[in-house]
Design a protein around this ligand. Structure first.
Ligand code: GDP
Ligand code: MG
Length: 723
């Protein structure tokens, strides 16, 4: 049987439920990537329904199709250049008027359009009744209702799409916005020009092109010049004449007049298709907001939520963490018994298993943290938190909107830096990107849990809270400093949109959580694995043969000594002797292990670095761990377990750390260093991509490392003075 295939693009306003519907349709069969050349997320999926092979693309959410933001350009170019067979426009029915602005623009593109009136439940709740038949008739296109978060209407949607594909009748651009007479005249004139002059090179719809040219659309103008080579300028010249003409008639720019007329057209549609029932509207969102964004209780409630998030991340994560730890130990013991002694066994047990095992146990914590962040995002609380933080953010000269990247930064700095894109002003964006890494990301959490747990026992929770707080405060101070110097300027004024509260959907929460945790698992298989192997190799070679001989000789002499002693002494003394013997042997083993690593390449690198790290109280092994942490912060922990846990196989890292002579003050200094110094490789490269400047990337690296060293110097030296 021949399978028919076609492609669908999902367009719509942000928060209209596009991604929800996309997830409903594709399930797990989706691919997330970026649009070529820009860092806007691109989601694609393939499904098989009713014998059709359908390719679906989730376009970026936009309110319009003007070429003013990257999202709008990406969405528009996709429809124009990739020519999907159908554009499905997802419309928030509870906000029809706002949604229709984009919808009319999509309608103006000459493509097959299907309207999906999503959030049908909310519309009904608010007493909004939409006449779908009439809407369909007015615009001459199919209209279906859906409730995305309950997975309702998906089959109807797919069936409608297939019907549209199968029917001879395309959705021709007859019923689109009619502009006033003079404008229509200009449109027709330009349309004719474009049609006459264009050949196969230029495939955009002529009427649409004419409208865009009249609106002085930079991108379309550029394309005209490129594609209709020598004759492009002539068209543009004509367009200018028409624009002047319209300007003279209306005393305003054509684009403004046309926008007004589009709104007029939308008003007309609304009048025809929407009826508001007289039932009293109970606006739940408004009522919740009265409490949650209240001047007095809003802030304490917010702090409580954040506190609860961290509390649960630590406490609920503790149990599965133990289970995984037990599992890893068991596996390690089994493998140890199975494998023959040798380099391979050493690499596998002391390199790979130790390195990966020390990191994988934090997976539950990370899953929980991301789950909470997903809840904040999906319920709409994230936007409120920005609203609440607005006043505090103004202290450092930023808008409350900058707080969202910072909050996401607690999960992972990479999406956080990307989310700074929503800020309009370039300076705001750079400033936000520079301070976001001070928000302690989830990869740093294992380091804190390990060090604070070992050295601060009962106070561990408080110490970790202080570290997080210190990150926020230092980030704020940095912001203040840069605002006053490098990035002077005023925060751009803008209106913050508060989306209605929504009960989050479990499926979407899990997809969000999983999307991000996948990165953690990928890191396990990638950089953390590679890091563990490299650290093991560097700390095992070159082999100190002389030292090993001396060690074996010493061991032998101790053994002979005790064998003789045992033979010549009474039986009741034997157990005492045995204990003494074991202790001595353990000490020799431990000394040997340290010497072995010191002799290795890693030891030499560490010794070389020690002048830099000694003043901040970090020993050579710690400095190597920090160095490797540039790749990913979890690697700090796996490096430490390989470097410190050298003394005895079943020794936990905690004991090894205490034995190595690390003091609580050193541990504190190390935690602060991890908090402040250069963010991971992925964040650094994202910073480069998002700021588009090597200068800001380098600046961020140098600044954060210097700040880390300075702060740790003060902590360590100050602490020593006090002690
Ligand atoms: P996008 O920005 O267009 O991708 O929107 P999302 O798919 O992320 O949806 C935004 C929010 O709306 C999510 O919390 C969804 O659970 C919720 N949502 C989606 N469809 C519906 C619907 O039909 N009714 C209601 N009440 N909520 C919905
Ligand atoms: Mg989305």
């Amino acid at each position: 049987m021949q399978q028919k295939c076609f492609s669908i693009a999902l367009a719509g306003n942000p928060n209209s439920g596009k991604t929800t519907i996309f997830n409903n349709l594709t399930g797990t069969r989706q691919k997330v990537g970026n649009w070529a050349g820009v860092t806007v997320e691109k989601k694609e999926g393939r499904i098989n329904r009713f014998g059709y092979d359908i390719r679906i693309t989730d376009l970026p959410g936009t309110y319009s199709l003007t070429p003013f933001s990257i999202e709008e350009i990406v969405a528009r170019d996709f429809v124009l250049d990739e020519e999907p067979d159908i554009v499905i426009n997802i419309i928030d029915s509870s906000n029809l008027e706002r949604s229709l602005y984009l919808a009319t623009q999509v309608r103006e593109l000459n493509c097959n359009v299907l309207f999906v009136l999503n959030m049908a439940d909310l519309a009904r709740q608010r007493g909004i009744k939409i006449d779908d038949k009439k809407l369909s008739e007015l615009l001459d296109l199919p209209v279906v209702f859906t409730v995305g978060n309950r997975n309702k209407g998906m089959d109807i949607l797919v069936t409608a799409a297939i019907e549209l594909i199968e029917s001879e009748k395309r959705t021709p651009a007859r019923r689109r916005v009619k502009y006033s007479k003079d404008i229509e005249k200009s449109i027709s004139a330009i349309e004719a020009l474009v049609e006459a002059r264009s050949d196969d090179n230029f495939s955009y719809d002529a009427r649409w092109t004419a409208i865009k040219l009249l609106e002085d659309d930079k991108i379309v103008k550029k394309r005209i010049r490129e594609k209709i080579i020598d004759r492009g300028d002539e068209i543009i010249e004509q367009v200018e004449k028409h624009r002047e003409c319209i300007h003279a008639l209306y005393n305003d720019d054509p684009e403004i007049i046309m926008t007004d007329e589009r709104y007029g057209f939308i008003q007309g549609i609304i009048k025809e298709v929407v009826t508001l029932s007289s039932r009293q509207r109970v606006d739940i969102s408004r009522n919740i907001d009265l409490v949650l964004t209240n001047r007095f209780c809003g802030f304490p409630i917010f702090i409580f939520f954040i506190w609860a998030m961290f509390q649960l991340t630590f406490s609920a994560g503790a149990y599965p963490m133990e289970w995984i730890d037990m599992g890893v130990n068991l596996f390690s013991a089994q493998m140890s018994a199975l494998l023959p002694d040798g380099v391979i066994k050493d690499l596998f047990i002391n390199g790979i298993l130790t390195g990966l095992g020390s990191v994988i146990i934090f997976l539950p914590n990370i899953l929980i943290l991301f789950f909470f962040i997903a809840i904040f995002e999906d319920t709409g609380y994230m936007a409120r938190s920005a609203f609440l933080m607005d006043r505090i953010m103004h202290l450092i000269g930023l808008h409350g909107k900058s707080f969202i990247p910072m909050l996401i930064g607690f999960g992972c700095n990479v999406p956080a830096v990307i989310s700074a894109r929503t800020l309009e002003s370039e300076k705001d964006r750079i400033l936000t990107i520079l301070i976001t890494p001070f928000m302690s990301c989830s990869a740093k959490l294992p380091v804190y849990i390990m060090l604070a747990g070992t050295f601060f026992k009962e106070q561990a929770g408080t110490v970790i809270f202080i570290i997080y707080l210190a990150g926020i405060i230092l980030g704020m101070l940095t912001g203040r400093l840069f605002r006053a110097t490098l990035l002077a300027g005023k925060d751009a004024p803008f209106v913050m949109e508060l989306p209605p509260y929504r009960v989050p959907m479990l499926k979407s929460l899990i997809i969000h959580m999983w999307d991000r945790s996948k990165m953690f698992l990928k890191k396990m298989g990638g950089v953390i694995l590679a890091g563990s192997v490299i650290i093991w190799v560097l700390s095992s070679f070159p082999i100190d043969t002389e030292g090993r001989k001396a060690y074996l000789a010493e061991k032998q002499s101790v053994m002979t000594f005790y064998t003789d002693q045992t033979a010549s002494s009474k039986a009741d003394k034997h157990s005492l002797l045995q204990a003494e013997f074991n202790e001595k042997l353990a000490k020799i083993d431990a000394d040997q292990a340290v010497k072995r690593v010191e002799y290795s390449l890693m030891g030499r690198i560490g010794k070389f670095l020690s002048p830099v790290f000694e003043p901040v109280g970090i020993d050579w092994r710690g400095s190597i761990a920090l160095l490797t942490g540039f790749v990913a912060k979890e690697v700090v922990i796996s490096s430490m377990s390989i470097l410190y846990a050298v003394e005895k196989e079943e020794d936990a890292l905690e004991h090894a750390l205490v034995k190595s002579g690390m003091s609580p003050l050193s541990a504190l200094s190390m935690m602060f260093f991890v908090l402040l110094y250069v963010p991971c490789l992925a964040t650094v490269t994202t910073t480069f991509r998002e700021t588009g400047s090597l200068k800001w990337m380098m600046f961020g690296i140098v600044y954060s490392c210097s700040l880390a060293w300075l702060v740790c110097f003060c902590i360590y030296q100050g602490g020593r003075l006090l002690a």
